[in-house]
Write a protein that binds this ligand. Structure first.
Ligand code: FAD
Ligand code: DHB
Length: 384
């Protein structure tokens, strides 16, 4: 079997790449180890930057996003017994975010690819990539796929990045001594916008998916066992961390999904080796506090699409050669922002009183200075 671009992974990066390439007349095959139902139900990110929304809408896959997505013009930072709004409309006019679940993006992309006759193979076993420096090919489940280029969109635990020979990549990494317990609940959101709450008990985030479904996250210990968190404990802890301002009552309801996400910062440089190009989580990970993971994956794919379109138009490798450089600038800005938001809002066991005072001082600065608030706002909605 032969195609132009072999894509490993049907997450947002792989699916969007396949769709954007098709709009440029470039063929691809997507190989995914999980089932369609699994990838469509995997609950993950929910905040789309303006540029991500624009990319999806321009690519013709934004109809449901525009109908069901929730546009937000600000977020709340809650600490020290008060809430403070960061007003995007005022600080970064014309740019905002939209709350729309990642699995909805995935569903929309799969539907579009299949409607166009796209080739997505789910539940493929033993994917391996070969001959990366020339005439690459992929093997899976006893089959072979020859291609011009391989796109490694297989997430952090995929096979593509580890297939690059030792010594080629430089890895940059930071671990955090905590994780996030994520919860989806059938209950009307208790606030109109996202609430990022710092408390002495740890960080909590109030988010949402629709007028009937709320999404919450709690800072918990790294490697925390889900069994230690029965629903009553989750609600009690969310209340303790979020009901810290006057006139806020947390509405509770049926918990329909919960999971623990580890927190890590990671970048592999360069994001390319021979004919293999890494995109999204396969190349970099951020802690979710800045809501950047999905948006970075989409940004990589935008750059890779242009580069591949240039290559297929006239054989030019100029954009492909610059792919890693062009992505890493944005990647590192998001790395810094995500690390900074994480550091600002979480409690660290190692924190002494001095460290906590520094956090409060910076939060006071961000919520009182237009310059500091603009720094947060422009990073949150996404740098141009
Ligand atoms: P992925 O979505 O990971 O997609 C990779 C795909 O490749 C998967 O479908 C996987 O099954 C497939 N795959 C892996 N290995 C193979 C193989 N060997 N062969 C074939 N296919 C393979 N970001 C936020 O901003 N906010 C959040 O709240 C948030 N929560 C998260 C929770 C979890 C549990 C995780 C893991 C991530 C979360 N993220 C969050 C990050 C965000 O979801 C990712 O940045 C985003 O999914 C990146 O998309 P991707 O397509 O690069 O990778
Ligand atoms: C959501 C996830 C995030 O990581 C974040 O920073 C904000 C919102 C969410 O899933 O809704």
């Amino acid at each position: 079997m032969r195609t132009q671009v072999g894509i490993i992974g049907a997450g947002p990066a792989g699916l969007l790449l396949s769709h954007l390439l098709r709009l440029r007349g470039i063929e691809s095959v997507v190989l995914e180890r999980r089932s369609r139902a699994y990838v469509e139900q995997r609950v993950r990110a929910g905040v789309l930057e303006q540029a991500t929304v624009d990319t999806l809408v321009d690519a013709g896959v934004g109809e449901r996003l525009l109908r069901e997505g929730l546009p937000h013009g600000g977020i709340e930072l809650r600490y020290g017994g008060a809430g403070h709004r960061i007003d995007f409309e005022e600080l970064v006019p014309g740019r905002s975010i939209t709350v729309y679940g990642q699995q909805e993006v995935v569903k929309d992309l799969i539907a579009a690819r299949l409607a166009d006759g796209g080739d997505i193979r789910f539940e493929v076993d033993d994917v391996a990539v070969h001959s990366l420096s020339a005439e690459p090919y992929v093997t899976f489940g006893g089959e072979r796929l020859d291609c011009d280029v391989i796109a490694g969109c297989d997430g952090f635990h995929g096979v593509c990045r580890p297939s690059i020979p030792a010594g080629v990549l430089t890895e940059f990494e930071r671990d955090y001594p905590f994780a996030w317990l994520g919860v989806l609940a059938r209950v009307k959101p208790s606030a109109e916008e996202l609430v990022y709450a710092r408390s002495e008990r740890g960080f909590a985030l109030h988010s949402m998916r629709s007028p009937e479904v709320s999404r919450f996250y709690l800072q918990v210990a790294a490697g925390e066992d889900l069994d230690a968190w029965p629903d009553e404990r989750i609600w009690a802890e969310l209340r303790a961390r979020l009901e810290t301002v006057p006139d806020f009552t947390l509405a509770t309801g049926q918990i329909i999904e919960k999971g623990v996400t580890s927190m890590r910062s990671y970048v592999a440089e360069p994001m390319q080796y021979g004919r293999l190009y890494l995109a999204g989580d396969a190349a970099h990970i951020v802690p979710p506090t800045g809501a950047k993971g999905l948006n970075l994956a989409v940004a990589d794919v935008r750059v890779l699409t242009e580069a591949l379109a240039g290559f297929y138009a006239d054989g030019s490798t100029e954009l492909l050669d610059g792919y890693s450089r062009d992505c890493l600038k944005r990647v590192w800005r998001a790395q810094h922002f995500s690390w900074w938001m994480t550091t600002l809002l979480h409690t660290f066991d190692s924190d002494d009183a001095y460290g906590r005072r520094l956090q409060t001082s910076y939060l006071d600065y961000v919520t009182s200075s237009a310059a500091a608030a603009t720094t947060l706002a422009e990073n949150y909605v996404g740098m141009a």
